[in-house]
Design a protein around this ligand. Structure first.
Ligand code: DHB
Length: 390
């Protein structure tokens, strides 16, 4: 009898619980942060997660009366896993945002789920131009490769580079970079020969031998974050640092996360990019100082895009007064502008891509450490591929 009453009470309590979800579930806004936390692209995950933690430490975990809960998932850099995790986060965890996406194939693996679930997909890393066109719920805080590559191609044309070679990772962003560089330099009378290196387990040696044989004025390189030091090591092993071939690239190659360990070989490399840890502004100094203090490492461009992605999410929630409908959130994000550690930025309301300054930089030693030191600025650059379609 006693046992039966206990059972009935238990069942009644369970029914009550099912009917009235606990208060915290209603008042929490969940962000599913999908990142490569292990595998060859783990530096991207580590940087973005660290920046998200810093943003929440500085801005609190409550927005518009709602607690913001970040759920971090490791996709190991594998698109099938990204897709499964995105599905689980939307269906089971009922996240209001998907965020992260360390590589182009990973961002593309989630766009269908974002569209079907009407959940904003905040892309903090992946940088192939077309990604924002794969879903109206994609909003990007990183960059596009054509956006950050064109300025260094212009710089090369103005600085005597007539014969160039490109060496890019053979997938979306690399092909975007190759095309932007080639079009920009050839329009100004230069010639370009292109080389493509596999993305996974890259061996640059045979390609570097072709560069050594051809002796171009400059070699333009795109490798994704985390891979630049492998490239630099092989560049030196082939003797190319002493060959007179000028090393240029998008700033992924001289990524702030790895730059200090590359050594003197990196000195003098000219790149164009949207972020340097040495960007001289009060906002950036505060960002770099607090990031280093919290995480004992230097932030790179992935970190700044994660930090700005969180700002975008927080400000969108403020604008909707905490309402989490995907359409209202994306509408709130369009046209938003603010001062990032990288400089002034905004979300293009037409494309949902980021508009930002692109800086021309040179690797120099400052206070005993290697930095990408900015020496010229191209202001408010849009993704040129989408701008040309209009
Ligand atoms: C991509 C990844 C990177 O790490 C990077 O530096 C640039 C682009 C990408 O896969 O889109």
């Amino acid at each position: 009898m006693i046992a039966k009453r206990t059972f009935l009470l238990g069942a009644a309590a369970a029914a009550l619980l099912a009917a009235a979800p606990p208060v915290y579930a209603q008042d929490a806004v969940k962000i599913g942060l999908i990142l490569p936390m292990t595998g060859p692209f783990a530096s991207t995950g580590r940087q973005i997660e660290a920046a998200v933690k810093l943003y929440q430490a500085q801005n609190g975990a409550t927005v518009a009366g709602k607690k913001v809960e970040v759920i971090v998932k490791d996709d190991t850099g594998t698109p099938d896993i990204t897709k499964r995790l995105a599905q689980e986060l939307v269906v089971n965890d009922k996240v209001s945002f998907l965020a992260g996406f360390g590589l182009t194939p990973l961002a593309l693996a989630a766009t269908q789920i974002a569209t079907q679930g009407k959940v904003p997909e905040v892309v903090m890393a992946a940088a192939t131009s077309t990604i924002t066109e794969a879903s109206p719920y994609v909003v990007r805080t990183s960059m596009t490769l054509p956006q950050v590559t064109t300025p260094v191609a212009d710089w090369a044309a103005k600085n005597g580079v007539k014969k160039a070679m490109t060496m890019v990772a053979d997938y979306g962003p690399g092909i975007d970079a190759e095309k932007a560089f080639t079009e920009t330099l050839t329009k100004q009378g230069g010639t370009v020969e292109s080389l493509r290196v596999p993305l996974r387990n890259p061996d640059f040696a045979p390609f570097l031998q072709r560069v050594a044989d051809a002796k171009p004025d400059a070699l333009f390189v795109f490798v994704p974050a985390g891979i630049g030091s492998i490239f630099m090591k092989q560049f030196v092993e082939r003797g190319l640092d002493k060959s007179g071939v000028k090393l240029i690239g998008s700033g992924d190659m001289t990524d702030d996360d790895l730059l200090n360990d590359m050594g003197d070989v990196a000195l003098g490399a000219v790149t164009s990019f949207h972020y340097s840890a040495a960007h001289p502004s009060a906002e950036n100094k505060a960002f770099v100082d607090s990031f280093k203090k919290m995480h004992s490492m230097r932030p790179n461009f992935m970190a700044v895009a994660g930090y700005d992605g969180m700002h975008l999410i927080y400000e969108a929630l403020k604008k909707t007064n905490g309402a989490t409908g995907g359409d209202a959130l994306v509408a709130a994000m369009k046209g938003m502008s603010w001062t990032s550690p990288r400089g002034p930025i905004s979300i293009d309301p037409q494309t949902r891509d980021i508009i930002q300054n692109v800086y021309i930089r040179k690797v120099e030693r400052m206070d005993g450490e290697l930095y990408n030191v900015e020496f010229d600025t191209v202001p408010n650059v849009k993704d040129p591929v989408k701008a040309a379609k209009k």
